[in-house]
Ligand binder design. Structure first.
Ligand code: SF4
Length: 372
């Protein structure tokens, strides 16, 4: 039971990272980055598969050395999800990974060295038909910009980004996306807002080094929420000091909150209080875990008593309203005759949610709803 998002997306050009479209109204792609040593092929492949397993659509892998480039080749052969190779200065690494099948190069043209090197990288990207991501970061702003602005400001970040953009423009290369990340929410938001007025290319959003799981998720939600609500942003990465799998989950939860994308179950649950007729928190946590594999977009309300239960259940695909011993059960907003025993709610609900998900899947012939 989804209402459409009122958000009007900023118009942009489109690029493709592998088979994933970015920009020009494409669904906002959720990505993450590996944190294993890239030279440990087995561990990196395993992590990429875990990221993909929870819905990650693009994975970035850092390639700091030529050894890592050789490992990247082997990794690429063993995974399906598109890979962005993250390179900082060495243009030869960029040429290597392009040859090895990278789906996007994250490299700042202004950091590569002379124009001939930049031209070699751009020619290779053109030849392989892969895009580039320009990534500016508040923590590594050029010295002269730090001096000019005194501190990282939105204008400084955007000026830095535009230097790289101008280089690509001068080489007639327009297949790129840009990020202007900062760990401060207002700095990042200001920079993205300004950048959105200057270029037509897609924007990759992120609050960099956001922090650990809880604080980082909150900071990212606030920052990206402000931008996404304004229609700014075409792909997102949540930077957490945590398992990359969590980055994907948080990313989709942000998009779900704004009704930009709906993937998996949207649980509506009350915080519970002494009126609860069953253990709301335990039930919701258990269901979230058991149903992680369900990608079907659906609203499920789990409410502890009749104060708010019926109202939420009536606008959910499936709802539970706490009552003594046997709780009220709703399907498609309709109260059912059947009641569910409070001492077996998790299993009973899991069965019914899975059944509803497969009906929705067969009706829609899709299992992910993207509002764009
Ligand atoms: S819905 Fe009922 S149980 Fe849940 S918080 Fe409100 S009053 Fe408490």
């Amino acid at each position: 039971m989804f209402s459409e998002s009122p958000i009007k997306r900023r118009k942009s050009t489109r690029i493709h990272v592998g088979n994933v479209p970015i920009g020009d109204g494409a669904p906002i792609a959720v990505q993450s980055m590996t944190n294993t040593p890239t030279t440990d092929v087995e561990a990196t492949v395993a992590q990429i598969k875990r990221i993909e397993g929870v819905g990650g659509e693009i994975v970035r892998v850092s390639v700091p050395t030529m050894d890592a480039a050789e490992a990247f080749k082997l990794i690429k052969q063993q995974v399906n999800v598109p890979l962005v190779a993250d390179i900082h200065f060495d243009y030869r690494i960029a040429l290597k990974v392009a040859e090895y099948g990278a789906d996007c190069l994250r490299i700042n043209p202004g950091n590569i060295g002379n124009l001939e090197r930049v031209r070699a990288v751009v020619d290779s990207a053109k030849d392989k038909n892969i895009p580039i991501r320009i990534g500016v970061n508040g923590g590594s702003l050029e010295k002269d910009l730090q001096e000019k602005y005194g501190e990282p400001t939105p204008e400084a970040l955007v000026e830095s980004a535009m230097r790289h953009v101008d280089i690509l423009d001068s080489l007639n290369f327009d297949q790129f996306k840009v990020s202007v990340k900062a760990s401060d929410v207002f700095l990042a938001v200001g920079a993205y807002r300004l950048l959105a007025t200057k270029i037509d290319q897609p924007l990759h959003l992120g609050i960099t080094e956001a922090g650990g799981l809880r604080a980082g998720a909150v900071k990212s939600s606030v920052g990206l929420g402000m931008l996404l609500a304004e229609g700014i942003g075409d792909t997102i990465r949540i930077s957490l000091a945590a398992d990359p799998v969590e980055e994907i989950k948080v990313g989709f939860d942000i998009l779900k909150s704004l009704r930009i994308r709906s993937r998996g179950i949207n649980f509506i649950a009350c915080p519970s209080c002494s009126r609860q007729e069953f253990d709301v928190i335990g039930t919701v946590n258990a269901l979230e875990q058991r149903l992680e594999d369900v990608l079907t977009p659906m609203d499920v309300s789990i409410i502890g008593c009749v104060v708010n239960g019926p109202g939420e259940a009536e606008v959910s695909d499936l709802g539970l309203t706490g009552a003594r011993n046997m709780s009220g059960f709703y399907l498609d907003g309709q109260r059912q005759k059947e009641r569910l025993p409070n001492d077996d709610l998790v299993s009973q609900l899991e069965t019914r949610i899975r059944a509803k998900a497969s009906i929705l899947d067969s009706n829609n012939k899709i299992n992910v709803k993207d509002v764009s």
